[in-house]
Design a protein around this ligand. Sequence first.
Ligand code: SAM
Ligand code: DTB
Ligand code: SF4
Length: 334
Amino acid sequence: MKYQKQEIEEIYNLPITTLIYRAQETHHRHQDPSGVQTCALKSIKTGSCPEDCKYCPQSAHYNTFVESERLLDIESILDDARQAAREGASRFCMGAAWKCVPKGEPFEKVLKTTSEVRNLGMEVCCTLGSMTKDQASRLKEAGCTVYNHNLDTSRDFYGEIITTRSYDERLETIQNAREAGLEICSGGILGMGEEVSDRLEMLRELANMNPQPESVPINSLVPVEGTPMADNEKVDGIEFVRIIATTRILMPKAMVRLSAGRTEMSDELQTLCFLAGANSIFLGDRLLTTENPQSTEDLALLKKLGLHLLDPEKARTIHRSSDVESKELASIEA
Ligand code: SAM
Ligand code: DTB
Ligand code: SF4
């Protein structure tokens, strides 16, 4: 059974009390409700990206503060991974500003880095652009757990923000990762000028995947000077919370990640997001190129809320199993 547009709209538009109640019910049934997954991010190859994603400071099409850097050495990435593990991160996510995963030496280096990070005991996530099934299999063999590749928005709105890569190419990379046995991390960005209906359409695409993505990052646009989205208006906080709750209800077993944009959110808004079913954050003072809250502040907030850090194994056993029955569960809960 696939989700239809109308039923998703009905969930999203519920009175907020009922919406959050339903999201909490789902959250308590399928997740450790007091656990929060913490992921660290590292840009291993920065800037000069040939893609024209209008939100992105790393695109070569726009003149931004980002200084390009070649693929980093394994040792310097490992230093950051060790630091992330010490700070309490359960997953280390490596991002590269590539159109697609390269062949030859750079890819061999990524594979070696992946194995070494895995040996530190953290889950490894990679986000390296488009990827063939063969490359996906090699990443999996090297110890990569998850591949992040976002849909970003609805199919209709997508053409307004990216022209150099198609929506179908994105779906193909996700499929390649899935067939190679990698878990899928896929979500999007709010605040790019899209309508609420585009956000819901993106959630429909994600929720109708079988199996559903194991992680769904919901980013709030970080407007960066020099990109065409530098002056975009901030997303309404309540609309953001509604999307988090809808994501939780539609994808009960996924880790719903409160991703970019948290530096602009109050503790209270983030708390509302946790109440609405978010259970994962990026930990560390930097995302890829932009700022994230200090980890000390984040850990203090989690402590104040009585939430604990999920260890990697626990997070995995909870969200790992097949999602075929998710829709049935969502209907039962209605
Ligand atoms: N190049 C790879 C790709 O596009 O898949 C991996 C890195 S890319 C930076 C990963 C994701 O970061 C994008 O898909 C987008 O959702 C998010 N992102 C990039 N710039 C952002 C911004 N300014 N605000 C919020 N999210 C952003
Ligand atoms: C995701 O959805 N958000 C992260 C991660 N996946 C790779 C990236 C956010 C990037 C924000 C802009 C920057 O720091 O460059
Ligand atoms: Fe390149 Fe990824 Fe940024 Fe798009 S989002 S410009 S693909 S780094």
